[in-house]
Design a protein around this ligand. Structure first.
Ligand SMILES: [Zn+2]
Length: 257
């Protein structure tokens, strides 16, 4: 896909993210990988006012091109693309239930088998660090080791995909699980599935896509679903790299165009 189409797709996905109720206002940010770097939503701009020319291109070394400054969370995006070869898109949002859980610092355990959709037997919660910092990026990458989604304590969520649609699907799924887990916590102690069963589920997920019924159950419109929700499971090498992400350079000031 050409840059111009990807820029439009980025805006369309950002609008859809808010329309789905996954995010409110100008919070959250999205990116998609391109040759030599990635395209990312700009800082502090309403999605409905965004034009393709507002999207910022960032190179793998942190250099930026565009008339806007990149999202304040550009560092997480850059470090994910450096550490996770399979990541084609990254969605960061502040959805209600996942963020509520993240404000207690707790992960989402295997209370439901669909937790495996994020690549493992739980969805980790990265320790808190100030937004936009390298520390937050390091924490997020650690929480994402062998996973393709995580919570960020006192902040929100991150979801990866091979493309924008897949990343958004996963963000929806994480929010659905968070909403269910939150409700379970209201009525009693969740029954956590044993590791052996989750290993079986993870195996079964190989070759299956996200069941669209799950989105309907949560009252979310079904977005375009892709097969192989497991396809981003990190390899051991990637998990190892996650603890030592690439050191990005500070981005240069955007060029005036
Ligand atoms: Zn955020």
């Amino acid at each position: 896909m050409k840059h111009r189409e990807l820029r439009a797709s980025l805006i369309e996905t950002a609008l859809r993210m808010n329309a789905l109720g996954l995010n409110q206002g100008r919070a959250g940010n999205l990116s998609v990988r391109v040759a030599g770097g990635f395209l990312i939503t700009p800082s502090g701009m309403a999605y409905d006012a965004m034009r393709p020319s507002d999207i910022v291109e960032m190179k793998a070394d942190g250099a930026v091109t565009g008339r806007r400054a990149p999202s304040s969370e550009w560092r997480i995006h850059l470090d994910i693309y450096a550490a996770r070869d399979e990541a084609g898109a990254v969605v960061h949002a502040h959805p209600m239930f996942a963020t509520t859980l993240a404000c207690t610092g707790r992960p989402i355990p295997a209370f439901h088998y669909m937790v495996a959709v994020a690549g493992g037997r739980d969805i980790r919660c990265a320790p808190y660090a100030t937004f936009g910092t390298r520390k937050l990026s390091v924490n997020a990458l650690r929480a994402l080791a062998d996973r393709k989604a995580c919570l960020l304590a006192n902040h929100g969520i991150i979801a990866l995909g091979t493309g924008l649609a897949e990343a958004l699907d996963l963000a929806c799924e994480v929010e659905t699980l968070a909403a269910q887990y939150w409700r379970v916590l209201q009525i009693g102690k969740p029954r956590i599935l044993p590791a052996k069963e989750m290993a079986r589920v993870l195996k079964k997920f190989e070759g299956y896509g996200l069941p669209s019924v799950r989105l309907r159950e949560a009252g979310l419109p079904s977005v375009r679903l892709r097969p192989a929700a497991h396809s981003l499971r990190a390899t051991g090498r990637e998990a190892g790299r996650a603890s030592a992400p690439a050191k990005p350079r500070k981005p240069r000031k955007p060029r005036k165009t």
